[in-house]
Structure formats: structure tokens, C-alpha cells
Design a protein around this ligand. Structure first.
Ligand SMILES: Nc1ncnc2c1ncn2[C@@H]1O[C@H](COP(=O)(O)OP(=O)(O)OP(=O)(O)O)[C@@H](O)[C@H]1O
Length: 322
């Protein structure tokens, strides 16, 4: 059963993937991945180590070429001038020139990006008391991360792709930068795709979710829709599971003490919440799917991409008119 959303015009897609796959010598890192991320969403990309998250982000930023399928950024091919101008990508590595000062780094950002916003970039640096005249090589890991964030935000991207970028930040700075992220998304309609293993943190910022495991897509869609499509039952010791038939058990785990079992089900029919059942939190939903990598995928209707043939036709038309 899937909660019926009110009919609405299909919004612009920031990312659409069609049967996307990447094969390395050791095998498929990502296989047959199809989803869309509507523009303006903050999307958590979640999966166990080696699930294919960085590969997906590499494909979206043209760092990696697909073995199969295709991907579009605002309708444009990754690596095209339009996609590059509209996208900022931040990884754990944060390649910055160590001999440049912070001010020189921001100047480089200004020269390379036609939509550069010096005020936004400088404010981010100043908020962390990072001296503009300091050389990058003399900064702490967290300060370098802040400068890399300033470069990414200064670019005023429509799509910000963040590959676990905050691992070296203290909790207060993480919070501050998360707040900056969500404010940018709310004010400018920036789409954010952020991979993280910090599930509780994602709960605060994400309204959209893509889960990958073993190189395949497991969940995609709006957080609220995905939560509403599941229920968590707290089953007392000795009691039998009060669901069956159309419902599908994703996972059962000890829950809340007193010998109770928490059973997360994908709903096949409406259940009255209350009593034993409640909608799972985002963290409960994610943990259940991470612990059950073979659970069948659930791609919300709004997260399904259009037809790949339309994309090919559109590309051909662009090539003819170019
Ligand atoms: N350049 C490469 N050559 C060969 N195999 C690779 C390469 N890059 C990634 N892989 C493999 O592809 C799979 C997916 O890797 P990927 O880095 O996308 O996972 P991830 O979800 O980002 O993991 P993590 O959470 O650990 O960062 C892994 O099995 C990895 O070993």
C-alpha cells in the first residue's frame, strides 16, 4: 500500500537516473539504479560501506563514466557546461591548494564561477574565525572543511552534492553548517544530495531519501511518504505478530526493553496507528533497511524517473539544433 499524494504538477528534476550502472573489474559497484530527485529537496543518500554512494555521486559529477544507463542533472548530461555550472561537489578529500591563502582560494572561486557570491563565501569563513590571510596548509582539518564549504556555497549552486563532508567537524560546527545548508535550500531552492552515516543528523535536515545497498536501490522518495508506507509494531513476549496478509515484514528486532520485539512492516493495507503500531522514525526505517539489505526495493511514485527514450530523443533534438 502506498499513501496517495494529492495530484500535483510534476516538479523539475535535479537528478534523474535511468538504469544506471557502473562495473569495475571486481564487479558491479552500482546496478540498474533508476530514480529522480525533485529540485529543491534535501536528500539523504544512505547505505552501508561499499554500497555505491560515492560511485553514484561520482557519476552525477562526471568523475566516473557509467557502464550502463544514463543520468541527467537538470536535464543536462553530467559534465556539460550547464550541469557543471549548476553543481557544486564536496568530498571528504577537499582538494585545496595548500600554498594559497584563504583569500586567494576564494579569489580563485570568484574567477572560476560566473555566479560567484563573495559575501556568502566570506561570511562562512569569518563565522569560523578563519583568518583570510592564513595559508590553507596551516589550517586545521575542520578549518579546511569550512573553506571548502565556503567555495561550494560561494558558487551558488542549484545542486550541492556532499559526500560525507563533515566527518572532521566538531558537533557545533556540524550543526552550524547543517543549518546553513537547510537555509540555502529553503531560501534559494538549492537541491542537496548528502551522503552520511549519521542517521540521527539526517533526520533533522532531509525531506527526501535514497537508500542503496549491495549496489542496488532500496528506497527512494519523500521521507514522510516512505515513513507512512511502513509501521513499527512493538510485540509483547509470547504475542503473535498482529499483521499478515498484505503486509511485508522488513525486519524484527528487540525493541524498547521488556522482551518486546519491534517488527517493521511495509504496509499492504491501512493500519490504525495507536496501541502497538506507530510510524517509524527516519532512523528506525533506515536501520531496518540497512540491516535487511535484501528487502525488496520501494521506489515512491514521485521518485520514479521518466522514460529513458524521452531523454535520448531530447538529446538528439538538442544535437540537431546545436
Ligand atoms: N576505482 C575503483 N576500482 C574498483 N572498485 C571500486 C572503485 N571504486 C569503488 N569500487 C568498489 O565499488 C563499490 C562501491 O564503492 P563506493 O565507494 O561507491 O561505496 P560507498 O557506499 O561510497 O562506501 P563508503 O560508505 O564506505 O564510503 C565497493 O565495493 C568498492 O570497493
Amino acid at each position: 500500500m502506498y499513501p496517495q499524494a494529492a495530484p500535483h504538477r510534476r516538479s523539475e528534476s535535479a537528478i534523474e537516473a535511468y538504469g544506471l550502472g557502473k562495473k569495475y573489474r571486481r564487479g558491479w559497484a552500482l546496478r540498474d539504479v533508476s530514480f529522480r530527485l525533485p529540485a529543491g529537496r534535501v536528500c539523504g543518500l544512505v547505505g552501508p560501506n561499499g554500497a555505491g554512494k560515492s560511485t553514484l555521486m561520482g557519476l552525477a559529477t562526471d568523475m566516473i563514466r557509467p557502464t550502463a544507463g544514463a543520468l541527467r542533472i537538470f536535464g543536462a548530461a553530467p559534465g556539460s557546461a550547464e550541469a557543471v555550472m549548476r553543481t557544486a561537489f564536496l568530498t571528504q578529500e577537499k582538494p585545496l591548494f595548500r600554498r594559497f591563502t584563504v583569500a586567494e582560494t576564494l579569489r580563485l572561486g570568484r574567477e572560476l564561477n560566473p555566479r560567484w557570491d563573495q559575501r556568502v563565501a566570506e561570511e562562512l569563513v569569518r563565522a569560523g574565525h578563519v583568518p583570510l590571510e592564513a595559508k590553507i596548509g596551516t589550517l586545521s582539518g575542520g578549518q579546511r572543511t569550512r573553506v571548502a564549504f565556503a567555495l561550494a556555497f560561494g558558487k551558488r549552486p542549484d545542486l550541492l552534492i556532499l559526500d560525507e563532508p563533515m566527518a572532521d567537524l566538531d558537533p557545533l560546527v556540524r550543526r552550524e553548517l547543517m543549518a546553513t545548508l537547510t537555509a540555502a535550500a529553503a531560501e534559494r531552492g538549492t537541491t542537496v544530495l548528502i551522503s552520511s552515516h549519521m542517521l540521527a543528523e539526517l533526520e533533522h535536515i532531509c525531506d527526501y531519501l535514497v537508500v542503496v545497498a549491495n549496489g542496488g536501490l532500496r528506497l527512494a522518495g519523500e521521507v514522510n511518504e516512505l515513513r507512512a508506507a511502513h509501521a513499527l509494531f512493538a510485540v509483547p513476549p509470547g504475542a503473535s505478530l498482529p499483521v499478515g496478509g498484505p503486509h511485508q515484514v522488513i525486519e524484527s528486532e528487540p525493541h524498547g526493553g521488556a522482551g518486546r520485539t519491534g517488527v517493521l512492516v511495509r504496509l499492504g493495507a491501512p493500519v490504525p496507528y495507536g496501541g502497538q503500531a506507530e510510524p517509524p522514525t527516519l532512523e528506525e526505517l533506515l536501520l531496518a533497511y540497512l540491516r535487511s539489505p535484501d528487502a525488496p526495493p520501494l521506489i515512491a511514485p514521485g521518485a520514479r524517473p521518466g522514460d529513458i527514450h524521452d531523454v535520448i530523443t531530447r538529446d538528439r533534438q538538442k544535437a540537431v539544433t546545436a
